[in-house]
Design a binder for this molecule. Sequence first.
Ligand code: NAD
Length: 371
Amino acid sequence: MNKSLSESKDQPHPGVDVHAFTYNALPSRVLFGVNQLDRLSDEMTRLGGQRALVVCTARRRAEGEAIVSRLGRAGVGLFAGALTHVPIEVAREARTYARHVGADCIIAIGGGSTIGLGKAIALESESSVLAIPTTYSGSEMTPIYGITEMGLKKTGVDSRVLPKTVLYDPLLTLGLPIAISVSSGINAIAHAAEGLYSRDANPITMLMAEEGIRALVGSLPIIYRDSGNVTARTHALYGAWLCGTVLGQCGMSLHHKLCHTLGGSFGLPHAETHTVILPHALAYNHQHALPAMQRMSRTMHGERPPSFLHTFAAANGAPTSLRQLGFQEADIERAADIALANPYWSPRPLDRAAIVRLLRRAFEGVPPEID
Ligand code: NAD
C-alpha cells in the first residue's frame, strides 16, 4: 500500500480525515443477537402493530408459518410468494391480501427479495415493516425499494419503506447455503467499499464500512469451512448490518451501477454478480480513491482490495467470472452502454473503453487490473 498515506506524521488520526460533514441517521430500531426472535411479539406491540402479515419466499414457507404461529392471534396471515426483484404482479397480490386480512404490520423474514416485497406493501399502505433478515444483502437498513414491471426494475427512495424495527438473529442464518452465504457476504462488502469513496461518506459511515468489511472478511472463510459456526454467523450478520447501514446512508457508484445493469437487463443473479464485479470495479477506481482503498486494505492484511477480493472469492468457493453466471460475451458492449446511459457518480470519470475492458476481464474471470 502507499506508505505516504498510512504513515504520515502530520496526521493526528492516521487514515481518518475528520472534516466538516453531515451525518444523516436513519430511524430504525435494531435488535441483534442469538435468540432475538423471542422478542418478536413484544417488538411488534412496541411498533403499535396488532395484526401482522408475514411475508417470505415459497421455499421458506415453513419458517413463515412458524412466525405466524409464534405471534398467536396477532399473526393474521402468511404470504409465501416473494420473488426476486419484486415483480409488480406479486406486489399487487400481496397488497390485496394485506388489505384483506386487515394487516397493520408487515413482518418480512428472508433475504432482500422478501424484504423488498415487504417494502412494496408498505409503500401503498399505513403498515410498518418489521424485518428479520436471513441473508447479508442489507436491504433492511435502507429506504430504497425496487419493483419490476414489464421487465424493467424501477427503484425509488421513500422513508415509509424503511423497516422500523430490524431483528437480526444469527440462528436464522445457519441454514443459508454456503455458496449464498459467501456471495451475499461479498455483496455486503460491496456496499461498504463503495460507501468508503462515496460523496456522502463521513467519518461515521467510514467507521461502519471498515468495521463491516473486517467482520465479513474474518467470518466468511470460517462459514465456508463450517457453515454452522454460530460465532462466525454472528460476526457475518453484524458486518452485514454495518454494511447495509452504509448502503442506506451513502450513494453508490460504478460497481452498483454495473451490477444493477447486469441483474436488471441480463437477468444475472444479484449477490453472485456483485461478487464477480467488485474486484474489477475497485480496480477501475483504485487510483482515484486511494484513502478508501487504504482503509479497506487495513481489513485485508495490507493487500490491495481488488486482488485480495478476487482471491478471497475464489478461495471461498464463490464465482469469479460472468461467464460462470451465464453472461454472453456478445453482450459486453451493450452492458457498457446501458450502464453509461444513466450513470452514477464515480471517483474516476467514466470511460467507455475502460469499462468494456473491465467487463471483459470480469467475463473471463482473470485477476483485476489497476489502470
Ligand atoms: P434473496 O432474498 O433472493 O435470497 C437468496 C436465496 O436465499 C433465496 O432462494 C432465499 O429463499 C434463500 N434464503 C434466504 N434466507 C435463507 C436462509 N436463512 N436459509 C436458507 N435459504 C435462505 O437474495 P438477496 O441477495 O438477499 O437479495 C437480493 C434482492 O434484494 C435483489 O432483488 C436486490 O436488488 C435486493 N436488494 C435491495 C436492497 C435495497 O436497499 N433495496 C439492498 C440489497 C439487495
